[in-house]
Structures are given as C-alpha cells and as structure tokens.
Design a protein around this ligand. Structure first.
Ligand SMILES: *Cc1c(COP(=O)(O)O)cnc(C)c1O
Length: 392
C-alpha cells in the first residue's frame, strides 16, 4: 500500500472528480463569454448557467430555478441567508435563533449582527450527541423572532438534526427557516419541501466539485436583502460576473453524485465508518465517541476524544504514517481554543483537546481503514506513555 496517500479529511474538502474537471474545462477558454453579453459566445455561457440552475433546483426539489442563487460557496451562502433575511425583516423584529454548534459561517455572522446591528441571538444548546431539542426551539421563539437558522448536519461530529420538525415549528410560527446543508448534500436526501426550509446553503467542494462555488436556495416570496452591490446578476440578489466554470462544476458534481452506483456506495461508506467506530471502542481505552450512532450520523463521519493526549500530536503522528485527518475543525486548528462543538456536548476542555475527526468519501477503501486501525492504537499508546496525566 502507498502509505503516503490516505486522505481522511473529506469534511474539510474533497478533490475535484475527473469527470467534473473535464466538464469544466471548455468554460475556461473555449466558452469564456460573459453570460450577460449579447453575442452567441455569451449564449454558450448563459445556457450552461441556466442548465446548472435547473439541475440544482431539481436536485433540491425546488419549485423553479429562480429560487437558486449561485454564490462563492458555503460561507457566502450562509452570510447571504442570515444577513439578507435579518436586514430585510429588521423592522418586524430583531431576534434570531440558532444553535451553539453551527459552523462559524453562521455563528460569526450572528455575532456580527449582535455587535453591529443590535440584533439579539439565542444560541440553543444541544444534548450530549449534538441534537437540538424541538421543545427548546419552541420555548425560544419570541414575538420579534424573524429568523431561525439551524444546520442540517454538523461538520465535526456528523449529527443530523431533525430539520423537518424544526422547520415545521418555525413555519407554524410564521418565522423564516434557514439550514446550512453544506455537509448533507449528496450524502443524505435533501429536499426543501420535505425539510420545511425557506433557505438552504450548499457548497460544491464538499462533494467532489470545485472550491469557490456554492448556492443558496431561497423559497419564492422570501424577503432577502442582497449583500453584494453591483450588477444585476442572479436577479439582483448577488452582483458579480458568474463563475461559469465553477457553476458548471457544481452541476457536474451533483450529477455525479446522483448516479446509482455512487448512491449505493454510501452503504459501503457507512460500513467503513461503523468499522472504525467499533474497533476504536474495542481497542482503545478512554476513548469517547462524539456524536450519535446509526442513521442520524453522516455516513462518512467519525469523531472521537482520546483522553490524556493532544489532538495535534495525534495528527502529526498520523501524518508521519501518511494519513491526513483532522482535529476539531479546520477553521479552528492552529488556534488553541478547543472546538465549540465538543464543548457544547459537555466535554471538558482537557477532553476536547484530544479529539480526532476522520471523514470518509467514495475514494476510501477498507484497506486504508484497516491500515489506520492498525496504526492508531500504536500512536495513542506512544503519546499516552509520554503523558504525565496517564496512568494506564
Ligand atoms: C465547509 C463548510 C462551510 C463553508 O463552506 P465553504 O464553501 O468552504 O465556504 C459551511 N458550513 C459547513 C457545515 C461546512 O462544512
């Protein structure tokens, strides 16, 4: 086995699939026209954008393609959804409800609205597996609540929220509901009507599409103030010349993931996930699984805390064995702050520091998983032998 090439960090990003890259290629130079121009070269671009918009709408079960706005990715979609609705509805009320375990693209946007525009934000707690309690949401709703934003699946611990239920609570109170579905798209069914959502964020680079392209679904009739001023692109909701190759890549990546073989392969990913979870629990003591088991967990997500060791040391040692994984989220690594998600589960700072996330995708094999399961206990033993806190 090539020990230098095991990639277990697909929740951070994925490689562009060869068939996606191939479909994008002509849109860099052959069909380079600006979709807004009026000659036939531009028609090729604008047709490609329309085709992609129809695909995204169809994939999400949207009523029509006008409900799709292309953005630069998950972060921009989250910003546009949260700031865009908050600012459009500020005369109605200035209260937002979210959860403690959101991605920073939502959390920091909420904090920005609190700090600069006098919004008030309720951060709902989660239980020890990362679930929001629908009763807590009901209790948090106030007459001035204008937006509820709760992620569909968590990027660190893989918890899949009861979004349909939460969305129903929002709608029965006439409140706009947004979900960050960046980790869910192409992994679990995502249908905007089944989920009762008004806004939904997705990002291509999490499912073998290119970086820097995403979309925001906006249910027809939902008030949204644009956050980018300029040209009239995206029906005046997101100015700027369209990223045509990226948009083509997003469409191609969705089509790739819709293929029957790829859908069926998710069962194999779940099997590999559960093999890792079970073997770690059997073979490494003082290991704590973060997030739930079973179908309420993302297919490719594994996240453990190992007491008495630092996540960073584990990552360096795994890297020396050719295995790329992550600790906390990519956005917080490099800082010494423990993950806000693990703290919200009730883990202590000390325990939260020893976390390891493995995120699998279609490219991973059982051979890779077995190699990892052979190396990990050795690394944990070695690091614990060096730890003054461990008396194993
Ligand atoms: C990756 C991620 C984002 C950010 O998406 P980008 O396209 O990288 O900006 C937002 N939310 C979640 C849950 C993510 O996993």
């Amino acid at each position: 086995m090539d020990e230098k090439s095991i990639y277990f960090d697909h929740a951070a990003t994925t490689p562009v699939a060869p068939e996606v890259k191939e479909e994008m290629d002509p849109y860099f130079d052959k069909y380079f026209g600006n979709p807004s121009s009026l000659y036939s070269l531009a028609m090729d671009s604008s047709r490609a954008v329309t085709r992609a918009r129809e695909k995204v709408a169809d994939f999400l079960g949207a009523d029509n393609e006008r409900e799709i706005i292309f953005t630069s990715g998950g972060t921009e979609s989250d910003n546009l959804a949260v700031k865009g609705t908050a600012m459009a509805l500020k005369d109605k009320g200035k209260h937002i409800i979210t959860s403690e375990i959101e991605h920073h693209a939502v959390l920091h946007t909420c904090q920005y609205l609190e700090d600069n525009l006098d919004f008030e934000v309720t951060y709902l707690p989660v239980d020890d597996e990362g679930f929001v309690d629908p009763q807590d949401l009901k209790k948090a709703i106030r007459p001035d609540t204008v937006l509820i934003t709760i992620m569909m699946a968590n990027n660190e611990i893989g918890t899949i929220q009861p979004i349909a239920k939460l969305g129903q609570i929002a709608h029965s109170n006439d409140i706009i509901f947004h979900t960050d579905a960046v980790q869910s798209v192409a992994k679990v069914p995502v249908d905007v009507d089944d989920l009762n959502v008004d806004l939904l964020s997705l990002s291509a680079h999490k499912f073998n599409g290119p970086k820097g392209i995403g979309a925001l679904y906006v249910r027809q009739g939902t008030k949204l103030l644009p956050q980018m001023q300029g040209g009239a692109q995206e029906k005046k909701r997101r100015a700027g010349t369209e990223n045509v190759p990226g948009i083509v890549g997003l469409r191609a990546a969705l089509e790739l993931n819709e293929k029957k073989e790829r859908q069926e392969d998710i069962q194999r990913i779940i099997y590999l996930r559960d093999k890792i979870i079970n073997k770690i629990e059997d073979n490494i003591d003082a290991s704590i699984l973060n997030g739930p088991r079973g179908d309420k967990r993302l297919p490719g997500n594994v996240n453990f805390c190992f007491r008495y060791i630092e996540g960073e040391s584990m990552l360096l040692n795994l890297d020396m064995k050719g295995i790329a994984a992550s600790s906390g989220s990519a956005c917080t690594s490099g800082s010494l702050e423990p993950s806000h998600v693990l703290l919200a589960l009730g883990r202590s700072h000390e325990v939260a520091h020893g976390s390891l996330r493995v995120s699998l995708n279609h490219s991973n094999t059982e051979k890779e998983v077995d190699y990892f399961l052979e190396e990990l206990p050795k690394i944990v033993d070695k690091l614990r032998d060096m730890s003054p806190l461990y008396e194993g």
